[in-house]
Design a protein around this ligand. Structure first.
Ligand code: NAD
Length: 436
């Protein structure tokens, strides 16, 4: 029989934050308010509720780096392992001036629910270093990456904690993490990171996987709502790894990408932007600044543009209680992590906007990361076609499971996704019991 994890006598949940004023901008609180709602609906046991509301491990490291000018700079880095009950911790590393421990904690919890919602045998983690990579040379970035890796090396490992790229990190950064780890272990360990270059154990299809996953679930949502894919109009915020690929693949499916944007501005073309040309432009100029195929609008205007699908794929907290009422899209596909604040959720619900929540919508990346880890461990690599087929299967199945739960419990897709993932994590906690 499963261990009873009730640590308090009452079966009524007492949620400590229930009556507290919600700070809409605090990512950890925003995520936890969704967690609380799902936990309440699941009637989660109080003991398990407490366990799942705390990160397992939070590491803060000082990262000294010799800069090119000969001066020593000290950066701060974090790695948070939120929950590892279902398997090794999985989650990206971001380099950004906006990184905070609160944000890393929220993202690590997100990864826990995300891996569970697509039923991968992983827990959740996240890492970050407070820095401005755009102001650093390649050499400085390499030294920063290697020293940060050395600082958290005791948690890393194919069976314990497997990083991946996130905002402002890429396959080159992953190669440095893998090399540093391998040097310490005196042999090559490819499975310690995912999102590596294909030449050194990366998976085909990984780079496009998050955007591809967004495209797959957007198509599923259109089908569910009885809308045709061809001619569907789309606005994409953010034109990096996720946004550019999602825009490109949706355009290939026949959608009209009316608006795209990056940190330099947004571009609108009612007849559809030539996404391939925009990608080529960014390859040459690094950003969309100066892109001519469309009139320039603000990022705020992009969010409320006249489109069927809005795909935020930049940063968190962009759809808020201030602008949610003005959103015209029928579907919001959350490519970014946490683009919608908890305060905006109910407004989107009132407007009957179908939201594909981040933990489901952008799970394509971690799914192919899982494929990469499996391939590295097996030492046998799949064709891109196989990767994409298996990704499509997992995304479609997960969308269908969340949709079924949403209809069964009469809740929105976000709450249904949290309910699905929390119940999966809780089930394993119950089976394993608490080690004492
Ligand atoms: P990226 O660094 O490749 O791209 C980010 C894009 O957003 C860039 O085009 C940047 O200019 C733009 N941007 C930044 N600030 C902006 C602003 N204020 N307004 C408009 N655009 C802005 O990052 P990415 O990998 O594409 O990640 C984007 C989001 O998706 C993040 O929330 C990330 O956590 C999430 N995500 C990424 C992956 C992945 O596999 N890369 C997986 C899951 C979730």
């Amino acid at each position: 029989m499963a261990t009873d994890l009730r640590l308090t006598p009452s079966s009524n949940l007492v949620h400590p934050d229930k009556d507290r004023f919600l700070n809409e901008e605090n990512p950890f609180e925003a995520m936890m308010s969704r967690f609380d709602r799902a936990a309440q609906l699941l009637d989660l046991e109080p003991g398990l509720y407490k366990v799942l509301r705390h990160p397992e491990k939070q590491i803060t490291v000082s990262v000294p780096v010799m800069m090119d000018n000969g001066e020593l700079e000290v950066f701060t880095g974090y790695r948070v392992l939120y929950n590892t009950v279902r398997g090794p911790a999985k989650g990206g590393i971001r380099f950004d001036l906006q990184v905070t421990l609160e944000e890393v904690k929220a993202l690590a919890a997100w990864m826990t629910w995300k891996c569970a919602v697509v039923n991968l045998p992983f827990g959740g983690a996240k890492g970050g270093v407070i820095c401005d990579p755009s102001a650093m040379s390649v050499g400085e970035l390499e030294r920063l990456t290697r020293r940060y890796t050395a600082g958290i090396i005791h948690t890393l490992g194919p069976d314990s904690d497997v990083p991946a790229p996130d905002v402002n990190t890429n396959e080159r950064v992953m190669a440095w993490v893998m090399d540093t780890y391998s040097m310490h272990h005196r042999h090559t360990v490819t499975a310690v990171v995912t999102g590596k270059p294909v030449e050194m154990g990366g998976s085909l299809g990984r780079r496009e996987a998050t955007g591809r996953g967004c495209m797959i679930v957007t198509k599923e949502a259109l089908r569910h709502l009885g809308m045709k894919v061809a001619g569907t109009t789309v606005a994409v915020q953010g034109f990096g790894n996720v946004g550019s690929v999602a825009a490109q693949l949706l355009a290939r499916e026949g959608c009209k990408i009316r608006a795209i944007s990056d940190r330099t501005g947004a571009y609108y073309n009612t007849n559809g932007i030539d996404v391939d040309a925009a990608i080529e432009f960014v390859k040459q100029h690094r950003t969309l600044e100066g892109f001519k195929d469309g009139e320039q609008i603000s990022n705020e205007e992009l969010l409320t543009a006249d489109v069927d699908v809005l795909l935020p794929a930049a940063l968190e907290n962009v759809i808020t209680s201030k602008n949610a009422a003005k959103i015209q899209a029928k579907i919001v596909c959350e490519g970014a992590n946490g683009p919608t604040t908890a305060g905006a959720d109910s407004i989107l619900d009132e407007k009957e906007i179908f939201v594909i929540p981040d933990i489901l919508a952008n799970a394509g990346g971690v799914t192919v990361s899982y494929f990469e880890w499996v391939q590295d461990r097996g030492g046998y690599f799949w064709s891109e076609e196989t990767v994409n087929e298996r990704l499509t299967d997992i995304m479609r199945r997960s969308f269908a499971e969340v949709l079924r739960s949403s209809m069964q419990h009469r809740v929105n897709m976000r709450t249904a996704a949290y309910m699905t993932s929390i119940s999966r994590v809780a089930a394993v906690h119950k089976l394993r019991g608490i080690y004492a």
